[in-house]
Design a protein around this ligand. Structure first.
Ligand SMILES: Cc1ncc(COP(=O)(O)O)c(C=O)c1O
Length: 434
């Protein structure tokens, strides 16, 4: 790694202010200079333990040597997009490597640029292939910002306000919420959501008009809420019985984040379509949908496309990401470090009744704050204060949930035991003083 830049002291917010869009939201008003491993440095030279990772993107940490070397090697050979003109080596190699991480019969990859694009692609494929138009998604889900993805997103009103009409034929069913709505009873949560789905089929849209059911196996922006495994298995059964495609949005949950390569593996199911993005290229824009070959054959040549999708540099980075995850055993590391983090947070919860719930598999852990432990009234103000305090102390974590009442931990997949301890200590200090 070259020598780290000197602290410039630049206020990048002030520099950008006159011309940068005011429409962009952000968690912090800090000016970032550079990243090195698991530390993100501001322009004053202060290091932050980065357990946010650009929202689950730089999952191997910043400027990972293998990824950076792969990028350097590729930019000297070929940068430009070639998808519509022919083949490039990084694409040709990546599709096979990515397919090998997925269970049979999923073996075919379509490369795009962003999570939202992967969702829109899944919706288009489903409609074309099944000849049906109805879509089922879940309340509180976040699938992205393109019109298709926005049409099935409801994790915050601001993502929808003023944008109607959305795509027609969509029904949003309650996501199973065991802790908040059923005293932690996963079966009761499963039954309630299945009953709501049945009601849609009986009163609003028959199952044989539905093309796809789209679900995040762990609700991300909506509050880091894992779907009960039985619920996912029931969805698989319902899809099979009715000729509906099951789409797993693994944009945030995928790539080892939950302690398995793909979150749907915890439930022992295989979806028809998997949407993949974020960690895939450790920071370069790249995404994909993965399906069995027959579905993309029926989708048809030219049915979808992308100028930049499958950019050779991003794909070279993605190959280095897969190499590193495999050679360093990072899926297992996510499970082991996640268990340590969850245990440490559970100890804090035992002594602090402002923490209502700790949940989530692997390194996808949510800490939900309540103003009243009996009513479980969400306390977004407190969570936002804790995040700000933690950042001042040098720990980056983020909120999620409808009222920002959940703090999400998105530590890098190669986080060390010592960094877990450090993160817990900084969080404890932020909790005491926020
Ligand atoms: C589950 C999920 N799906 C889709 C998206 C959209 O991805 P992108 O912002 O890359 O378009 C996100 C982004 O946070 C996400 O978390």
């Amino acid at each position: 790694m070259p020598t780290a830049p000197k602290a410039s002291g630049l206020d990048l917010g002030a520099l950008a202010a006159p011309h940068l869009t005011p429409a962009l939201g952000r968690y912090f008003e800090k000016s970032w200079s550079h990243g090195d491993g698991h530390r993100l440095y501001d322009t004053d030279g202060k290091a932050h333990l980065d357990f946010a990772n650009g929202i689950a993107v730089t999952a191997l940490g910043h400027v990972h040597p293998a990824v950076t070397a792969a990028i350097h090697a590729q930019v000297d050979k070929l940068i430009g997009p070639t998808g519509a003109l022919g083949f490039s080596e990084p694409v040709a190699r990546l599709v096979g490597r990515l397919a090998a991480t997925l269970p049979d019969p999923i073996d075919t990859i379509f490369l795009l640029n962003s999570g939202s694009e992967s969702i829109d692609a899944a919706m288009k494929l489903a409609r074309r292939v099944t000849g049906r138009s109805g879509l089922i998604a879940f309340q509180g889900a976040f699938h992205g910002r393109t019109y298709g993805a926005t049409s099935i997103t409801s994790s915050a009103l601001n993502y929808r306000k003023g944008y109607a009409p959305f795509l027609p034929g969509i029904h949003l069913v309650p996501y199973p919420q065991a802790w908040r709505e059923h005293d932690g009873d996963e079966d009761a949560a499963t039954e309630a959501s299945l009953a709501a789905l049945d009601e849609v089929f009986e009163k609003l849209m028959p199952a044989n008009e539905v093309t796809a059911i789209i679900i995040e196996p762990v609700l991300g922006e909506g509050g880091y809420i894992p779907a009960p495994h039985r619920f996912l298995r029931e969805l698989r059964r319902i899809c099979d019985a009715n000729g509906i495609l099951l789409v797993a949005d693994e944009v945030q949950t995928g790539y080892g984040r939950t302690g398995r390569m793909w979150a749907f593996e915890h439930a022992g199911i295989v979806p028809d379509v998997v949407c993949i993005a974020k960690a895939i290229a450790n920071g370069l824009p790249l995404s994909a949908i993965a399906t069995r070959r027959e579905l993309q054959e029926r989708w048809g040549r030219g049915a979808h496309g992308s100028t930049y999708g499958g950019n050779p540099v991003a794909c070279a980075a993605a190959l280095a990401v897969l190499d590193t995850i495999e050679s360093e055993g990072l899926v297992a590391n996510a499970a082991a470090r996640g268990a340590e983090l969850s245990a440490g947070l559970a100890r804090m919860k035992a002594e602090d009744e402002r923490i209502g719930d700790i949940r989530g598999p692997g390194l996808m852990i949510g800490v939900e704050f309540v103003s009243n432990p009996k009513t479980k009234a969400p306390d977004g103000d407190l969570a936002v204060r804790v995040v700000a305090k933690a950042a001042d102390l040098g720990l980056l974590v983020l909120t999620c949930g409808q009222q920002h009442q959940v703090i999400r931990w998105i530590a890098p997949l190669n986080v060390t035991p010592a960094e877990i301890v450090e993160g817990l200590e900084l969080f404890g200090e932020a909790l005491r003083t926020a």
